[in-house]
Design a protein around this ligand. Sequence first.
Ligand code: NAG
Length: 314
Amino acid sequence: MISVCFSRCSCILYFVLLIVAFVLGYIWWGPTKGGTNPDVLPVVLWHGMGDTCCVPFSLGGIMSLIVEQTKGGYVRSLEIGGNVVMDWESGFFIHPNEQVDYVCKQLLQDEHLAKGYHAIGFSQGGQFLRAVAERCPNPPMRNLITLGGQHQGIFGLPMCPTLTEASCDYITRLLDNAAYAPVVQRSLVQATYWHDPIMENKYRLGSTFLSDINNELYINEFYIENLHKLKKFVMVQFLNDTIVQPKESQWFQYYTTGQNKVIQPFTESKVYKDLGLDKMHRQGKLVFLGVEGDHLAISKAWFIKSIVPLLLEK
Ligand SMILES: *[C@@H]1O[C@H](CO)[C@@H](O)[C@H](O)[C@H]1NC(C)=O
């Protein structure tokens, strides 16, 4: 594991922050809420990098909002590894394949979800939940909503929420220089969806997560079939995003191979056919929403207007 502390000062600061998050996460807010209204499907949330399942100023607040808007529907915010420290670390250091396996088991064991559920992924939680949809058809996911998800990966990491600047610089240098080295793939989550458009082949062969779920190594029919079981796959792009590069990755688009300026039209991309997105598109299952604002800048009013109706669908 890569140390996130570069000086004694930042170590102490992180220690204090983690303790605070721990207290908030454990005493005030749990990973589940609601649960008495049988007329709505449960909702599963997966947090982004540098976040955890339940603090009230982040996903805890969204959980409460969903419970209120669904009149007591069951909401579960995934806590990876079973405690808040592991949960925070998972966003950087636990391989997505391992996280997805863990989540699939957790979802299967949760009896509230047996008849199906809606899923909302925040940032990288978006592509991780898509992997859950593709790899684990039980319990069935109905609507998958990704808020700022990086479905085609990233090429650039201008900021790392809740990490120090020195740690973020270190990670960025590592990604620039050695993203596809096996040791980096094993130890740094962001490397697994680092998508170098200039060395497309290196990416395809070196990525241990994204190129697999995007059917770029070989066509996995099981993934296509499972993704197709979704009623809707809703992708939300933050139109003024300064964190996700390129921001179009949030709508499953990416650079044309060989350069990092021009975005290839979605319907002309390889993944469009290879993951069966073409068929989903024709059937109206793909929904593209744009919101003005920076990464994950979600207002309560927008969430109620644009997301809640999707959660009320059967
Ligand atoms: C955000 O992006 C949209 C679409 O590109 C643009 O029309 C709008 O002016 C931008 N808003 C801000 C505040 O920059």
